[in-house]
Design a protein around this ligand. Structure first.
Ligand code: 26V
Length: 814
């Protein structure tokens, strides 16, 4: 029987015990006493102490889960943008105050120790961050879940801006980041590439022999995931590729030292680096190798674990859910088929029945350039057995389609997995999954009307929506502790685990003391951010200006260019009339561009030189200022988002599947200026039209305008404000002209202004004007902020996960 003491080990965590545990780690790993230790040693030893707590907790959770039996979920994703772990874990465990006090007695500041942790960039943006938020909620809610991903040696590049040009530097996060990881060599397995497939008949059955392949060893590294005030500890399993060829001693002894090492290199490249261009597939074979590497290693591991616990695969499909986060892990489907057919002698029908009861799939974009396809000939060379299986899945599926839609070749070829020498991963994912979902109401609806329309017609029940969410503990409670304290004080702490209770904050909409508090908190967060900016860039921000923020990946469809045009217009007007009485405005940007994305880099350059132009005019920069923050990542987001007054969510309607930054800003009391796109629509419904600035075309209007024939020049000719902004591109900023962007917007190579910045410009400016006017009415603005916070509960990933558990995975809590 577990005693009260065992039950919650961290509750018995006191200063003395902590000091002792920390000293032991410092002594055994670094040979120093706390007095002699350096900050970096404190950081690493503290991580080791936390890990010890988690290992014990994990063991208990594991036992409870085993005893209960039931279903578990595996969340498959090529990216988990987890952010730093130390603070999150200390807060989740409720031991942050003790750690802070003890360290302070030893002469260390916990905040400084936090900064020693690298921020692992194991994802590009929204998709990877969503996966991380989901692991947080799954664990907090005590669902048995395991994440599988790749342990990239180099995460997303570090960004420097030099003279307006983005320069990419390697993100070597493992050096100080790997202390969190537990290598599990005991669970390693082999993944096969290349070779040939031979068939032979034995006892009336076809046997498959894969020969001449190359093997790569997959070694998992486990990261323990905590939940808030939760007994659960789940695992994120990160796979690293190693060469199985042992060091070539004979080459070495023959003096070919370098050759002996070179032989080990190729296998390891598989987990070397994260591909940095989201929304654009390049069809690179290394990316395909990464995908198969993850799928094969994870599935071998899932099956081995299952057999260890159950002895047989009999109930596998009742006990296991495997979720494909986008199409990137879609090879899990043919890989599970391969394992069941070739290793466990399943019939095709039985194996397919397992697959189609186990897999579910979330789509994250309908942008055509992000939909993955592989060249079939190259695919076949790299993965011959998997290719055979896909051919057979496709053959059977198209046969079924033929009987449903005899003679309808167009439809059948649209729905086929193989077509024109290409393998279509989205089609594979839909065909192999029992449920498919989009990530916001609008996006899920668009899926059934466009890319997946044929499948939707065939089986409407297969499609559903689960609107994205964010880990509100990380993004509100830990990132904005003052706001959390105000909420605790006003509505009590229940919202921490029941985010829908945030709605009780609406009761304080007319409480002037609370509104005043809210505005003081925003001010303090702006000050905190300004200190950070001062330290990083030397710039002194004006706290009394409105902080207007757009942070997200740099992409044409997200329209940072539209934002820039609006700023140019305001700036040009101010230059013409320097004494203009206007609300001081600070425009903050942070964004990484894919390294090969020329237009995105031009937009960064434009923002950079608008900023530097303004900096040179001390009188004007009191009124308008632009700052481009380098190297956007989770840690920067955590300090920048709480400081925002206005949240820019201005994608062209129909293009942003959901957005999750919009939710992070909202829950921190920023008001959104945005289009009717992705989850903005649901945000707008939640807060009501008076607490958001909606502008621009909606999806129907965008479609209609395309059909009629969109002519960007017409907008230019009609609007004086727009002309002023666009003409300024030609005259330039800080000595740099932007003729390419000018041409992009007005004449274009193919279509001018493909994301319709000009069509939405006037309406955007008007929305901005309204926001600036409202901001000057402090009481009104504070109320808007309050309503945004009070209505943000539904955008917690706790709600998303409850929906996945119910509607998709049929999962229950331990
Ligand atoms: C595609 C590729 C192509 C190959 C190279 C690496 C890579 C990485 C990611 C992607 C898929 C991008 C899809 C994506 O990130 N979608 C975003 O998902 C968010 C979470 O659902 C959502 O909030 C955003 O609106 C959506 O753009």
């Amino acid at each position: 029987m577990t005693t009260e003491r065992d039950k919650n080990m961290e509750q018995n965590f006191d200063k003395e015990r902590f000091k002792e545990a920390l000293s032991t780690k410092l002594a055994s790993y670094f040979g120093v006493t706390p007095e002699e230790a350096e900050e970096a040693q404190i950081y690493k030893s503290l991580v080791l102490v936390v890990r010890d707590i988690l290992v014990k907790k994990r063991a208990k959770f594991h036992e409870a889960r085993k005893k209960r039996g039931g279903k578990r979920v595996y969340y498959m994703c090529m990216e988990f943008l987890i952010g730093r772990s130390l603070k999150n874990n200390l807060c989740n465990l409720g031991i942050e105050p003790i750690v802070r006090e003890t360290l302070s007695e030893l002469g260390f500041s916990l905040s400084a120790v936090y900064k020693k942790e690298p921020d692992p960039g194991l994802g590009n943006g929204g998709l990877g961050r969503l996966a991380a938020c989901f692991m947080d909620s799954l664990t907090t809610l005590s669902y048995p879940a395991t994440g599988h991903t790749i342990c990239y040696e180099y995460g997303l590049f570090k960004q420097k801006i030099i003279d307006g040009v983005q320069v990419e530097l390697p993100d070597d996060w493992m050096n100080d980041g790997s202390v969190w990881l537990e290598p599990r060599a005991d669970k390693s397995c082999l993944v096969r590439f290349g070779g040939r497939v031979l068939e032979s008949w034995e006892n009336g059955r076809c046997k498959i022999h894969h020969v001449d392949y190359e093997e790569v060893q997959a070694i998992p590294y486990d990261l323990m995931i905590t939940g808030a005030e939760s007994e659960a500890v789940n695992i994120l399993r990160l796979w690293r590729a190693h060469s199985v060829r042992t060091f070539n001693m004979s080459a070495f002894t023959q003096g070919q030292y370098v050759k002996a090492i070179e032989e080990n290199i190729s296998a390891e490249t598989i987990s070397k680096v994260l591909y940095p261009s989201d929304h654009h597939t390049e069809g690179k074979m290394l990316r395909l190798s990464q995908q198969y590497f993850l799928c094969s290693a994870a599935l071998q591991n899932i099956i081995a674990e299952y057999l260890a616990g159950h002895g047989t695969l009999a109930d596998f499909k009742e006990k296991i859910a495997i979720h494909l986060n986008d199409t990137h892990p879609a090879l899990c489907i043919p890989e599970l088929m391969r394992i069941l057919l070739d290793m466990y002698s399943y019939s095709w029908e039985d194996a397919w029945d397992v697959c189609t009861h186990v897999f579910s799939y979330t789509n994250h974009t309908i942008m055509p350039e992000a939909l993955e396809v592989w060249n079939e000939d190259l695919f076949k060379l790299k993965l011959p057995r998997i290719h055979q299986i896909i051919v057979e899945i496709n053959r059977r599926y198209t046969q079924e389609l033929w009987s449903l839609y005899p003679g309808d070749w167009d439809r059948i070829s649209r729905m086929a997995i193989l077509c024109g020498g290409q393998i279509r991963m989205a089609n594979l994912s839909v065909v192999g999954s029992y449920k498919v979902n989009g990530v916001s109401k609008l996006h899920s609806e668009l899926l059934t009307k466009t890319v997946f329309h044929d499948y939707y017609k065939k089986d409407p029940q297969q499609f559903t929506n689960v609107t994205n969410g964010i880990a509100h503990r990380r993004w509100l409670i830990y990132a904005n502790p003052m706001l959390a304290a105000l909420l605790d004080e006003t509505i009590g702490p229940d919202y921490r685990k029941q985010p829908e209770k945030l709605s009780e904050f609406a009761k304080f909409a007319n409480d002037n003391a609370v509104l005043e508090q809210l505005s003081l908190i925003k001010k303090a967060n702006k000050e905190r951010f300004a200190r950070y900016v001062k330290e990083k860039t030397g710039l002194l921000l004006n706290i009394d200006s409105i902080f207007d923020v757009q942070t997200k990946r740099l992409h044409e469809y997200k329209r940072q260019l539209l934002n820039a045009l609006q700023i140019i217009e305001a700036y040009t007007k101010l230059k013409e009339n320097p004494t203009l009485n206007m609300l001081p405005q600070t425009y903050l940007f942070a964004a990484k561009a894919a390294p090969g994305y020329h237009m995105a880099k031009e937009i960064i350059k434009l923002i950079y030189f608008i900023a530097s132009d303004i900096e040179k005019q001390p009188a004007l920069r009191e009124k308008i200022r632009v700052v481009f923050m380098e190297d956007y990542n989770v840690s920067l987001a955590e300090i920048l988002i709480p400081a925002a007054d206005l949240s820019e969510q201005i994608s062209l309607a129909g293009k942003e599947a959901s957005g999750t930054g919009n939710m992070k800003f909202m829950i921190n009391g920023a008001v959104t200026i945005g289009t009717l796109d992705g989850a903005n629509i649901e945000i707008s419904e939640a807060v009501g039209p008076d607490n958001i600035y909606i502008f621009g075309l909606n999806t129907d209007e965008v479609d209609e305008l395309w059909r009629r024939g969109y002519v960007a020049a017409d907008c230019y000719n009609k609007s004086e404000r727009l002309r002023r902004a666009i003409d300024a591109l030609g005259s330039g900023f800080d000595g740099h002209t932007f003729s390419e962007l000018f041409a992009y917007l007005l004449s274009g190579h193919g279509i001018a202004d493909p994301y319709m910045c000009l069509a939405d410009f006037d309406s955007y400016c008007l929305a901005h004007d309204r926001a600036l006017t409202d901001y000057q009415n402090k009481n009104k603005w504070n109320k808007m902020a309050l309503h945004n916070i009070a209505n943000a509960g539904i955008f917690s990933s706790d709600r998303s996960i409850e929906e996945y558990a119910q509607k998709i995975w049929s999962l229950s809590k331990v």
